[in-house]
Design a binder for this molecule. Structure first.
Ligand code: ADP
Ligand code: MG
Length: 555
């Protein structure tokens, strides 16, 4: 094929694809426009994961009647006008691409009015062209309605996940902006149901309360730091309050929601040594810096940024987090975490420094073991024909429970326990969407949850395995792990892993002789007794031969 310049229609579709990846991108662009327009109230409504309807309303400045059509032209913007402005971006938008990009992949209409006009303007855009224009009454502000998103694009539609997943992206997106702007009132209605509404009282904790519940809101620590040109502020969790994934890390640069591996690292290094492996803090951090210090023009979606002085920002955020944590009250319930790091350290010591001491385990199953005692309330010491064995009690119990619950599930016979007193749980909008997506599946494991008031749920029944533990925490970890795309495992394995981990005896827990014997007996019966469901070993082995060698008994 000879080289040719692409037709403008093709160009606009290509460009639209970069800005509008999924329904949540539409919401993001439209909400950013409301914020740039100085709105104090922003309402979002979606139907069917956003593919049927997305409607975003604000009470901001509005667009003058004479400029409405222009707003739908590519690279038409009121936010910058020259190259110099590009170096000093103070608005969220500046590329003039959102409205035309949306119009290229959906039907779009707008009703808008400025304060100096008597009436508003309605414009309907189809296939990128304005096909209707009317005078419409409305108070100051703008409402953009997007219908039939991607309907002419079967390939795009196919790549979208379920409506519940798209809703969860939308809820997450709006949650982020409500964290960035606590002084504004945000609301989100999904399929006719109010899913999020923030008070707009200017207090970040109020938003956290809405999203993550009152316990989290109450426990979060104040973050405030100032270093030369960068100021960081927000809230971060004490180490005892943590999550299984990074969904609870929110970063903003000059109140723009950004995805920044640099800021993630900075925060996590601030927690260095305070969190177990695989656990992450909850943090909401905004860094304010002069616009010249940050380049937001990296990608059309504007979620990635480049900092001019990366190292300074990194250190500032890390140190500010450390200072905030230094003020954390000492948690009384640190035992499992410290026991685990102790556990890992000692394993590490044996493995790294004295590699000759660890024998490869024979065959696949377990030898016959006779318990001798418990070490540090964490390991079971046992002997077998082949020498000495140390069993990690938590890992071993996790393995046992994991295989048990999966087997029960496969037979559709999960042991269920109804709760005499149901427990109440507040869900974040994101958790709620995950729950909706997985409730039927969770029921197969014995969970019975019932909606109860706004975003609260009653836990009425649970798998018997976790009775007696903190059920709300169990549920939260479970939803986290189901929402996480980090581990590509079948959902039932994720559930089983999460339940096994939660229900298993902990390191630091004293066991009676009878319990120790029972644990070993059950481990022996497992299909894969050598490792826990996360892949850590359940036991290590010192062979008789090695012991003889170490004690100089061999010739
Ligand atoms: P950008 O935000 O990059 O300027 P958009 O395509 O998102 O580009 O919007 C084009 C223009 O339309 C904006 O520059 C702004 O002037 C106007 N506009 C869009 N949405 C709103 C809104 N909600 N309120 C006021 N003006 C708006
Ligand atoms: Mg915009």
């Amino acid at each position: 094929m000879p080289i040719q310049v692409l037709h403008s229609e093709v160009v606009s579709k290509i460009a639209a694809g970069e800005v509008i990846e999924r329904p949540a991108s539409v919401v993001k662009e439209l909400v950013e426009n409301c914020l740039d327009a100085g709105a104090s109230q922003i309402g979002v409504e979606v139907r069917n994961g956003g593919t049927e309807l997305i409607k975003v309303s604000d009470n901001g400045a509005g667009i003058p009647a004479t400029e409405v059509e222009l707003a739908f032209r590519r690279y038409a913007t009121s936010k910058i006008s020259n190259l110099g402005d590009l170096e000093n971006i103070c608005s969220l938008g500046f590329r003039g691409e959102a409205l035309p990009s949306i119009a290229a992949v959906a039907e779009e209409e707008i009703v808008t009015k400025t304060s100096s006009e008597a009436a508003g303007t309605f414009v309907y855009v189809k296939n990128g062209d304005v096909v209707r224009r009317e005078v419409r009454a409305r108070p100051r502000g703008t409402t953009v309605t997007v219908r039939r998103l991607f309907h002419g694009f079967p390939a795009r539609l196919k790549f979208l996940k379920s409506a519940a997943t798209e809703n969860s992206h939308i809820a997450h997106m709006l949650s982020q902006y409500s964290l960035a702007f606590p002084e504004l009132r945000f609301s989100l209605v999904i399929d006719g149901r109010l899913s999020l509404s923030t008070p707009g009282d200017g207090d970040l904790r109020s938003v956290v309360n809405q999203l993550y519940g009152s316990q989290v809101a109450g426990a979060m620590l104040e973050v405030q730091g100032n270093h030369a040109f960068v100021e960081s502020s927000g809230l971060t969790s004490p180490p005892s309050l943590n999550r299984a994934n990074r969904n609870y890390l929110s970063f903003f640069a000059n109140r723009r929601w950004v995805r920044s591996p640099l800021l993630i690292r900075a925060v996590e290094e601030g927690y260095h040594g305070l969190l177990m492996d695989g656990r992450h803090p909850i943090a909401i951090i905004n860094v304010s810096l002069p616009p010249q210090e940050i380049d937001v023009n990296v990608h059309p979606a504007k979620a990635q940024v480049r900092f001019r002085h990366e190292q300074d920002i990194f250190l500032e955020v890390k140190n500010t987090i450390k200072q905030a944590l230094a003020k954390a009250p000492v948690a009384a319930k640190h035992m499992p975490a410290s026991a685990t790091s102790w556990q890992q350290q000692s394993l590490h010591m044996i493995k790294e420094k004295e590699p000759s001491l660890i024998a490869p385990l024979p065959a696949l199953g377990l030898p016959i073991l006779r318990p001798i005692g418990q070490l540090a309330n964490t390991y079971i010491v046992a002997e077998g024909d082949e020498g000495l064995y140390l069993i990690d009690q938590h890992a071993a119990h996790e393995r046992i429970l994991y295989e048990r619950i999966l087997a029960q599930w496969a037979r559709r016979e999960v042991e269920v326990q109804g709760l005499l007193e149901p427990e109440t749980m507040e869900l974040s909008p994101r958790e709620e969407e995950t729950l909706k997506d997985t409730q039927v599946a969770l029921a197969q494991f014995g969970f019975a949850l019932e909606a109860f008031g706004q975003r609260s749920h009653l836990i009425r029944a649970v798998p018997a395995l976790i009775v007696g533990t903190n059920l709300v925490e169990a549920m939260r970890v479970l939803l986290d792990s189901l929402a996480s795309k980090d581990i590509p495992a079948p959902w039932e394995e994720k559930v089983a892993k999460s339940l096994a981990c939660h229900g298993a005896i902990k390191a630091g827990q004293q066991l009676s002789n009878e319990e120790t014997r029972e644990l070993i007996r059950q481990l022996e019966r497992c299909d894969q007794p050598r490792s826990c469901p996360h892949g850590r070993p359940t036991l290590i082995h010192l062979s008789s031969r090695q012991l003889e060698r170490e004690f100089g008994r061999t010739s």
